[in-house]
Design a protein around this ligand. Structure first.
Ligand SMILES: Nc1ncnc2c1ncn2[C@@H]1O[C@H](COP(=O)(O)OP(=O)(O)O)[C@@H](O)[C@H]1O
Ligand SMILES: [Mg+2]
Length: 380
């Protein structure tokens, strides 16, 4: 398909004004674009990085119309946008990713079924729409399971872990969801992710995989490129390309993968910049945020070449609430360590407040550096 570039000087509308929207807006501004966001939180992270912050809910169709009226293209940084808002914006300007892609990704059950039907590797799972079905699913999957609400979960929220079919009632009550995906608890050896950019004209760029370490189901640190066997890395890229092509996504798509028994299984998808690629700002010739701008504006995609391995360590609200305030000065004493704060004024447990990043000669040296910086920052 021929390109239809949206050139610098244009305005990018973003549904969501969290840190991903903020960092996309900053990359956009660097390239000469303007941006506007819709976000219900008057204090949202992106508020000072954009031309306009429309304070409105993610299902406010009038706000979507306002966003589109002042933008040349619309994208998103969070999945929980009402499809009606994307459809409304689409009447006036291109919306990337499309509401069809978002609709599939918003529903874990539809997403898992899509992946499995497309022949992509996923772990054993079942879909449950009531307590009896959940009990049955737990029995057939062996009891030790992750039960995930089909809609709305993130950072491990909207999930329950079970050890036997008799946990069905409590898990069903706890999640209070219409539909759940029931997944066998896997003996995970590692977690990878792959970021793909796909432009409306069909160009695809696939970043090297990132290696991700989660603590209590929340990303703690991430490093790019993942220090894995080349064959496994290549397999991850193949899977990512296959998913992006099957979904025909426009913009970014991050594919989360589990390593189980030395093989890869797809965990979940995100059609936007992703926490596990923050290291691309230091490690890659093109950051994920610049790549997002290029992809949604149908510009030529940037090089995904790694210039130097880099890692990030997330800073959570807990690091603000645990007693002594975060000791930024000490963390920044370490040569090469950088601090990224998202401008959130209120710290809450589990809330992502910022991250530390560093590059080094090897991926694991970069991880060691951000771990040391994190320890100095929190005194733990
Ligand atoms: N089936 C599973 N087996 C083992 N660990 C899992 C499973 N599903 C999720 N996890 C763990 O929980 C984390 C968060 O789950 P995920 O499905 O990615 O939801 P979220 O949307 O919260 O990121 C994963 O990165 C992984 O560490
Ligand atoms: Mg996840």
């Amino acid at each position: 398909m021929p390109r239809s570039c949206i050139l610098p000087g244009a305005t990018i509308g973003i549904f969501g004004g969290g840190q991903l929207g903020r960092m996309t807006a900053m990359a956009a501004r660097e390239m000469g674009y303007r941006s506007r966001v819709v976000d219900p939180d008057p204090g949202c992270a992106a508020r000072f990085s954009v031309e306009e912050h429309i304070v409105a809910a993610f299902d406010d169709v009038d706000a979507a119309a306002r966003l589109a009226a002042g933008s040349d293209v619309v994208t998103l940084e969070i999945e929980k946008i009402a499809l009606a808002c994307l459809d409304r914006a689409r009447r006036d300007v291109p919306v990337r990713p499309s509401s069809a892609a978002l609709s599939l990704i918003q529903d874990r059950a539809a997403q898992k079924s899509f992946l499995s039907k497309a022949g992509l590797p996923v772990g054993p799972f079942a879909v449950a729409t009531n307590e009896a079905e959940l009990e049955q699913a737990l029995a057939s999957l062996g009891g030790r399971c992750f039960v995930k609400a089909a809609r709305g979960g993130y950072d491990g929220r909207g999930q329950a872990q079970t050890t036997s079919p008799s946990d069905a009632a409590s898990a069903w009550r706890e999640l209070a969801a219409e539909t759940c995906v029931v997944e066998q608890a896997l003996a995970i050896e590692g977690e990878l992710s792959v970021m793909v950019a796909r432009s409306p004209s069909g160009e695809i760029a696939v970043y090297p995989p990132a290696l991700n370490h989660h603590v209590e189901r929340v990303l703690a640190w991430s490093v790019l490129p993942a220090p894995v066997e080349p064959a496994l890395g290549e397999q991850a890229l193949e899977i990512a390309r296959a998913v992006a092509s099957a979904l025909e996504v426009e913009g970014l798509l991050c594919i989360e993968l589990f390593v189980v028994g030395g093989a890869l299984l797809v965990n979940e998808l995100a059609p936007r910049p992703h926490n596990s690629y923050h290291a691309s700002v230091l490690a890659s010739e093109t950051s994920q945020f610049e790549q997002c701008v290029r992809a949604v504006c149908d510009l030529p995609l940037g090089s995904v070449q790694t210039t130097r391995p880099a890692a990030i360590y997330n800073l959570l609200g807990d690091d603000w609430l645990g007693g002594a305030p975060p000791n930024f000065e000490r963390a920044l004493e370490l040569a090469g360590v950088r601090l990224h704060l998202y401008g959130k004024s209120v710290a809450r447990p589990g809330r992502k407040m910022g991250h530390l990043s560093a590059s080094a000669g090897t991926p694991m040296q970069a991880v060691e550096l951000v771990k040391r910086a994190k320890a100095l920052l929190t005194g733990r």
